[in-house]
Write a protein that binds this ligand. Structure first.
Ligand code: NAP
Ligand code: MG
Length: 473
């Protein structure tokens, strides 16, 4: 049992001032695996004060000192590899290989990338005889969701540390334990007291408290659009800068000359990975009408290679994170059936033999019209919608007919067509074929997918203010 009833404030594990606790559930077994304290506004105030007190000295540390700190964090993070993998599999239900190759690796990459980006980062520049300085924004409040317990926390923390901004973190109640390990890492490597503070608790108390706190200068949030909206409203009262990384309904455009098997496998991979609980997942696959039968067959075949089951037993798709998420996904599958889409795989209910755990059937809908609810709303589960198109212009137009703009994917061969599709998609990140991930490239959304960019040097910029000095001697 992991009982983490303390918060980490001003360099120490401290008791909560409240007595409320929350149980953490393993979604694969539905068993309680531990508890956290639900922090109070008083706990938050203490954490913000610690961060504020740390600001004058931390913001004046040298770039070299902060590079060293980030490198030490990356090293210690690596030492905790096994713990991190086990913890994420327990609290999120992600298969061990996903916990290792995606969750563990993403956190590691953000810390080491931030160190690299910082080495080449310029905090002072001359322009036409005048000087521009980039200075730490102040105290940052970080609010993170449950679907990537180390990725979203690490990218925010690494960028803030690189910029010299002390932070207060509130992780998601559903998956709070990975953040406890991160805290232990920062403690071990000697992050100066007050520079990192962890306050566990609910969104409505601690999250709300962060976004309205007069002594927090910047809020970086990842999660749902509905919460993003509340945070922006709250932050407006103290004219706080906000960065929002929200949802998506990302398109994957398959060109006529694409390798059908590869593209179908990639599409299925999007709903399989992390049980489809990925903000940047492709969930609308657009294929040439002439390719329909062949592509559907290839998708069905590919799906059979992603077994659903116990995340500790080598399966590729684990459960959804919670009963609530399971109910949401079920209702979208029902909606797709009701809307008249053709279901070629999956369906409602639990997969056979998996009665315990929040498992759901990976589901593929074809004959989908882009106006359907299942084509417009973020489902956040293993549900794919397949749409057909006749011309590339039409595909691009359909791809962009959404309130979101987080990511896009293009499969094909002809460079001119690939370029046309990639540049036509209105999204913050477009990936062509199987190009590898790159942690120095900015990540973030157009339209209602968010405001701001994370990762690499763009991530660091978010935690900085620009100062102009005219006539700097
Ligand atoms: P959420 O409510 O937006 O939660 C994200 C974070 O915000 C959590 O730490 C949450 O705290 C906190 N929060 C909740 N209410 C808040 C408030 N009023 N003020 C400040 N912070 C607040 O997301 P969710 O309920 O976990 O998931 C719902 C849907 O959001 C999903 O189905 C999915 O569509 C979308 N989602 C998107 C992403 C993404 O990466 N873009 C990630 C997760 C979810 P607590 O949960 O601890 O109370
Ligand atoms: Mg859980």
């Amino acid at each position: 049992m992991r009982n983490y009833l303390k918060h980490y404030i001003n360099g120490e594990w401290v008791d909560s001032t409240g007595s409320e606790t929350e149980e953490v559930i393993n979604p694969a077994t539905e068993e309680v695996i531990g508890k956290i304290s639900l922090g109070t506004k008083e706990d938050l105030d203490k954490a913000v004060k610690a961060a504020r007190d740390a600001f004058p000295s931390f913001s004046q540390t040298t770039k070299e000192e902060r590079v060293e700190m980030l490198e030490n964090i990356a090293k210690e993070y690596e030492n905790r590899k096994e713990d991190i993998i086990e913890t994420i599999t327990d609290e999120l239900g992600s298969p061990l290989e996903i916990s290792e190759n995606i969750h563990f690796m993403m956190g590691y990459n953000h810390f080491s990338q931030a160190a690299e980006s910082l080495k080449n980062f310029s905090f002072i520049e001359e322009h036409d005889g005048h000087t521009r300085m980039k200075e730490s924004i102040g105290v940052s409040g970080l609010i993170t969701p449950w679907n990537f317990p180390t990725n979203q926390t690490s990218t925010k923390i690494a960028s803030a540390f690189a910029a010299g901004s002390p932070v207060v973190l509130k992780p998601a109640e559903l998956t709070p334990f990975a953040a406890v390990i991160l805290t232990e890492i920062f403690d071990k490597v000697g992050v100066p007291k007050g520079v990192f503070n962890l306050v566990n608790g609910s969104g409505s108390v601690i999250g709300d408290g962060i976004s309205s706190h007069p002594d927090i200068d910047f809020v970086s949030f990842t999660g749902s659009g509905a919460t993003g909206e509340k945070i922006m409203k709250n932050a407006s009262e103290t004219i706080k800068k906000v960065a929002l990384e929200l949802g998506g309904k990302s398109p994957l455009i398959v060109l006529e000359d694409a390798n059908v098997e590869e593209a179908a496998k990639a599409a299925v991979g999007h709903i399989a990975t992390n049980s489809g609980q990925v903000c940047s997942a492709a969930t609308r696959t657009l294929i040439p009408a002439s390719m329909k039968e062949e592509f559907e067959e290839a998708m069905k075949k590919s799906l059979s290679e992603f077994p659903v089951g116990d995340p500790r037993q080598g399966n590729h798709i684990g459960p959804l994170v919670s009963k609530k998420q399971w109910d949401t996904v079920q209702s979208y599958i029902e909606k797709g059936i009701e809307e008249g889409a053709t279901m070629i795989a999956g369906g409602t209910g639990k997969p056979e033999g998996l009665d315990k755990g929040y498992y759901t059937k990976p589901t593929i809908f074809t004959d989908v019209d882009n106006q359907m609810v299942i084509a417009q709303e973020e489902i956040f589960g293993p549900v794919m919608t397949v749409l057909t198109y006749d011309t590339l212009e039409e595909a691009i137009e359909t791809a962009n007919e959404t309130i979101y703009g987080l990511a896009g994917y293009v499969y094909g061969k002809d460079p001119a067509m690939l370029r046309k599709a990639a540049s036509g998609i209105r999204a913050g990140r477009v990936k062509v074929n199987d190009t590898e991930a790159d942690f120095s490239s900015p990540f973030g959304g157009f339209k209602q997918s968010g405001i701001g960019r994370e990762w690499g040097d763009y991530g660091i910029e978010e935690y900085l203010e620009v100062k102009t000095i005219l006539g700097y001697p």
